[in-house]
Design a protein around this ligand. Structure first.
Ligand code: GDP
Length: 436
């Protein structure tokens, strides 16, 4: 997501950095490039026009900073305006003073609502809430069952109509679910509603009826970021037909051009609360406009990376490993543990993509794939604990056994062992030189 846009914006802005002073003509030329980049990324035309007008106005205006050179100033302006169209401040969920809070999900079929219900439930649970899912999609065959499955995976209760008891009336199901939540002390109810393949009146009416009946604290419009310009028309239809208080973008992991993400807030006036970026329940997070803008501009998203690391790393273990690393005592066992911890954070490409400058290192990043890491893991797992602690003892016949056992060639085993020795030596030397 955003790769092409990110590349183009970065190169438009980089060409400025070679100039000491910027003339109006320089700014116009850069604005033109940014405009093309946004249009190619499928950002809605009115949004592009307003964005470019603001950039030009601010860049040509009298914003003079001692600390920044003119090119850096333009980058700062573009960054701030990007944060602005993405919604400015991070918007948190509004919850009711008197539980249960009700969160209703609406959107087209296939947008990712049911998956999102599971993701949201798991996320809420981690925050200490006791959520309940409610199956109000009674149209699509199997939808109730699908919600029950994601509910189970997230470890939360799912309220579903029993045969013969209110089947066919989602409004009734939603009402009963809220009563049930009060009894069972669930503090948040997430209502999944029916979607259709296209916008239609009956769908809108049903969602509006549910909204009317349960008075949700949040109505989240779930939209597939891959549908490009259509995201905007669909959002407008839902805004007018049902009304919503926030947006969830799904499938941000796809290779779409990203225009939906950049248009939907500006066009509907409602903030983006969450972003989904994968099929697994963990592939989901709060949407932070400032971090997203920084990623689009190739400035990395180090904050998200740190947060993910904090969630998945055992601080003590990491410190021990760092200590061993700098004193030249790191073993392959430590290396394996650290590698497993990093991989819990998600696909390696996603992680590396959050680093500053990742845009320019795309080719190298593409070469680091998860399969390669799988192979390294398999090799280390094929060794005995004594071999992991001291790979020097691994002789020729053991190397062959390890290679056969882990489905790789002897050369790969040799490579790993040699590179490990080199890295260990280098780290110890560096530690000596820099005194850490
Ligand atoms: P619903 O019809 O709105 O309830 O949509 P579903 O939750 O059934 O999702 C439709 C399809 O999109 C399923 O195959 C999901 O696995 C997939 N999906 C949902 N969210 C994401 C996401 O963030 N990334 C990717 N790649 N796929 C997703």
């Amino acid at each position: 997501m955003f790769d092409t846009l990110s590349d183009r914006l970065t190169s438009a802005l980089q060409s400025l950095s070679r100039k000491g002073r910027l003339s109006d003509a320089d700014i116009d030329a850069t604005a033109r490039e940014i405009r093309i980049a946004l249009l190619e990324a499928d950002v809605a035309l009115p949004v592009v026009k307003a964005f470019i007008a603001k950039i030009k106005d601010r860049a040509k205006g009298a914003e003079v900073s001692q600390a920044l050179n003119p090119a850096q100033q333009v980058v700062k302006i573009v960054n701030e305006e990007l944060v602005g169209i993405l919604g400015g401040e991070t918007r948190r969920l509004n919850l009711a003073k008197n539980p249960p809070s009700v969160i209703m999900l609406a959107g087209l079929q296939g947008a990712g609502k049911t998956t999102l219900a599971g993701k949201l439930a798991m996320w809420l649970k981690k925050q200490g809430h006791a959520p309940m899912l409610v199956a109000c999609d009674l149209q699509r065959p199997n939808a109730v069952n699908q919600l029950q499955i994601v509910g189970e995976r997230a470890g939360v209760t799912t309220f579903a109509p029993e045969p013969g008891n209110g089947v066919g009336d989602p409004v009734d199901v939603a009402r009963r679910a809220i009563e049930e939540a009060k009894h069972a002390q669930h503090d948040i109810v997430v209502v999944d509603t029916a979607g259709r393949l296209g916008v239609d009146e009956e769908l809108m009416k049903q969602a509006a009826d549910i909204r009317e009946a349960v008075q949700p604290d949040e109505v989240l419009f779930v939209v597939d970021a891959m549908i490009g310009q259509d995201a905007v028309t669909t959002a407008e239809a839902f805004r007018d037909g049902v009304g919503f208080t926030g947006v969830v973008l799904t499938k941000l992991d796809g290779d779409a051009r990203g225009g939906a993400a950049l248009s939907v807030r500006e066009v509907t006036g409602q903030p983006i609360l969450f972003a989904s970026n994968g099929e697994k329940l963990e592939d989901f997070d709060t949407f932070h406009p400032d971090r997203m803008a920084s990623r689009i501009l190739g400035m990395g998203d180090v904050l998200t990376l740190i947060e993910q690391a904090e969630q998945h790393f055992d601080q003590e273990q990491a410190e021990q490993a760092a200590q061993k690393l700098t004193s030249g005592q790191l073993t392959l066992e430590d290396f394996l543990e650290q590698m497993l911890a990093v991989r819990k954070m998600g696909p390696i490409g996603n992680l590396l993509g959050m680093l500053p400058g990742a845009g320019q290192m795309k080719d190298q990043l593409a070469a680091v794939d998860d399969k390669q890491l799988d192979r390294l893991q398999a090799i280390i797992r094929g060794m005995t604990p004594a071999e992991r602690a001291d790979p020097k003892i691994i002789n020729g016949s053991r190397r062959l056994r390890i290679a056969n056992g882990s489905g790789v060639t002897v050369r790969e085993v040799n490579d790993l062992v040699n590179r490990f020795f080199e890295a260990r030596k280098m780290m110890a030397q560096m530690a000596g030189r820099f005194g850490f």
